[in-house]
Structures are given as structure tokens and as C-alpha cells.
Design a binder for this molecule. Structure first.
Ligand SMILES: Nc1ncnc2c1ncn2[C@@H]1O[C@H](COP(=O)(O)OP(=O)(O)OP(=O)(O)O)[C@@H](O)[C@H]1O
Length: 312
């Protein structure tokens, strides 16, 4: 197993008498994408702020890049980049100037070359010399992420990085996240888009009422909720009739010649199902396993629907 980029144990945080984080534990493997999901106000930004040394926890221990966030704040800050709801972008400067300022602050060698490369990578060359106040929301977000990458941080916190982006910019961001991870960077992501968590994450945790109510790979989480089923399409109604009798318990769509049979999606049960069809010399022309998506998981775990519930 890879070593941990982030290790959190017994993390608690309250604002007055309102407990936001009620003792949470998790680890993030180096070079992976870890997503935290949770309804509005669940404490995701609070978690990011504690991990990024911007906020002090009430209790618990947090190690980031092997350093304690309380006793080794400077070392943690040197290893991380943070982008998100508190955009660090200066509206009065151009994109290029903002990046250059960041390169100067971080004392990056060959800063100008780094700035040029980032402008190209984020598709911002044409507007590089325009003031940020003329940028669209999506361009500002891209610049914000580009600024985070100055100095090559090993661990990056992305707090809702694609909120409000058009689909093309979202894809660009996803591509960049994948490239970063391929280079060994660790990504801690919060997002209001469950399909984003599904596409990008190695592991997902769901935060609700101050506690982690689920943790696993996207596929593991999806297997926990009811709804996984096998879809079989047959050549004609006779075959469909016969299959429905043999397999029992499914729901059918006569027009589409489809049979849906509940299943846990595991290979053993799939094999048993196919063997049974074989035994009766029945052949499905199409066969697929439908697993629920993270929206189903989120709804089952928190009682809220997906996107609007975790939007900021
Ligand atoms: N400085 C503060 N003082 C008092 N309460 C706060 C403070 N910051 C956050 N809270 C409260 O703590 C809870 C968690 O907030 P947080 O921003 O961490 O949630 P979140 O999961 O990031 O939600 P969102 O997706 O809406 O940003 C919310 O109820 C919020 O109102």
C-alpha cells in the first residue's frame, strides 16, 4: 500500500455549541484522488481549512505530507496548494501578472517559463494580458487552479473546483487533475457534482451530521445501495417469457424485449444466472449490469438528493 499523504484521526470542530466535525478519521494515499461529499453545510470546507492550516481544530490529529498541521505549519504549507471558494486571484491584475506574482511569492526558479507553460496548459494565452475583472467565472477558476500549481505542490486541495464551469472547461479541469495524479500529486477534492467524484476519485467519503457515514471506492459505495440489476434483452417474446419464468422475480418490458433482474452484480451470482439460462437453452442477445450511480448512494445515505443538496 502507498504511504499516506494525509492522515486524520479524531478530528473535531465546533462553532459555539454547533458541532461541525464530530470525530472523523480518514487517510489519503499518496498520488490518489480523494473526494469528500456531503450535503450543504456538512463541514467539507471546514475540513479543508483545517487540513490546509487555515483553521485550528478543537481536537484530533492531522498529518499532511507527514507533518503535523499544528506543530509544523510551515512545512505543511510548503507542501500544499489550495484552490477553491476563497479565490486568491487579484481582480486588478492580468492573468499573467497574477501568476507571476505567485511565482515570485513562492520564489520559483525560471518563473517566467513556468507562467507561460501554465497559461498554455489552461488555455489562457489569449487573455493573459487582460485584467481579471474582464474574465468569466470559468476563466477565473482556471487561473485560480493554475496559481495553485505554481511551485509544484505535492498535495492539492480543490474545494468545488468546477462549480459553475461549462462542460468543456470541466473536462479540461478533469484532464488536468488526471495528469497531476499521474505525476504523483495527491488531490483532496470536494465537489457538488457526484459524477465528477465518480469519474475522478480513487476513494470517496460521505460526511453527514459531523460524521463519515460511508467510505470506499465509488464502485464499492454504489454496491451498498439497492438497485443493482442485470438487464437482459431477448430476440422475441417467447424467449422473454421463458427467461422470465426461469429466472423469476424480475421486471419486464415487452416492447423492448427486456428483462431486469435484481442482482448484487458479483461474478458468482452473474455466473449462476447465466448458467440457469444455459440450462434452459436460452440466449440473451444483450446482457449488462446496471449499478446505481453516486446520486443513488448519496440519497440513500443522507436522505438528500445529490447536486442541489451539496451545492455551496
Ligand atoms: N466561522 C464560522 N462560524 C460559525 N459557523 C460556521 C463558520 N464557518 C462555518 N460555519 C458553519 O459550519 C457548518 C459547516 O460549514 P462548511 O462551510 O464547512 O460546510 P460545507 O460542507 O463546506 O458546505 P458548503 O458546501 O455549503 O460550503 C455550516 O453550518 C456553517 O454555517
Amino acid at each position: 500500500m502507498k504511504s499516506s499523504a494525509i492522515a486524520v484521526s479524531g478530528l473535531r470542530k465546533a462553532y459555539g455549541d454547533r458541532t461541525v466535525l464530530d470525530g472523523i478519521d480518514f487517510e489519503v494515499a499518496e498520488g490518489s484522488v480523494f473526494s469528500m461529499l456531503g450535503p450543504n453545510g456538512a463541514g467539507k470546507t471546514t475540513t479543508v481549512n483545517v487540513l490546509a492550516t487555515l483553521l485550528k481544530a478543537d481536537s484530533g490529529t492531522v498529518h499532511v505530507a507527514g507533518h503535523d498541521v499544528v506543530t509544523a505549519t510551515r512545512q505543511v504549507r510548503a507542501a500544499i496548494g489550495v484552490t477553491g471558494q476563497f479565490a486568491a486571484v487579484d481582480e486588478l491584475l492580468s492573468g499573467r501578472e497574477n501568476l507571476q506574482l505567485m511565482a515570485d511569492l513562492k520564489r520559483v526558479r525560471s518563473g517566467e517559463r513556468v507562467v507561460e507553460r501554465l497559461l498554455e496548459r489552461f488555455d489562457l494565452v489569449e487573455s493573459a494580458d487582460k485584467r481579471i475583472s474582464t474574465y468569466s467565472g470559468g476563466m477565473t477558476r482556471k487561473l485560480d487552479l493554475a496559481m495553485t500549481l505554481v511551485g509544484d505542490p505535492r498535495i492539492i486541495f480543490l474545494d468545488e473546483p468546477t462549480t459553475g464551469l461549462d462542460p468543456r472547461s470541466r473536462r479540461t479541469m478533469w484532464g488536468i487533475v488526471r495528469e497531476l495524479v499521474a505525476d504523483g500529486t495527491t488531490i483532496f477534492l470536494t465537489t457538488q457534482y457526484l459524477d465528477e467524484a465518480d469519474h475522478l476519485s480513487d476513494r470517496v467519503v460521505v460526511l453527514d451530521h459531523g460524521r463519515l457515514v460511508a467510505e470506499g471506492t465509488p464502485d464499492e459505495l454504489k454496491r451498498q445501495v439497492p438497485g443493482t440489476h442485470v438487464r437482459l434483452r431477448f430476440a422475441d417474446l417467447d424467449e422473454l417469457d421463458a427467461a422470465a419464468r426461469v429466472l423469476g422475480g424480475g421486471t419486464r418490458d415487452d416492447q423492448e424485449l427486456l428483462l431486469r433482474v435484481p442482482s448484487d452484480g458479483q461474478s458468482k451470482s452473474l455466473r449462476a444466472l447465466l448458467d440457469r439460462l444455459d440450462e434452459y437453452r436460452l440466449n440473451a442477445q444483450e446482457f449488462s449490469v446496471h449499478t446505481p450511480d453516486l446520486d443513488d448512494v448519496f440519497l440513500a445515505l443522507t436522505g438528500h438528493a445529490g447536486e442541489e443538496a451539496i451545492a455551496s
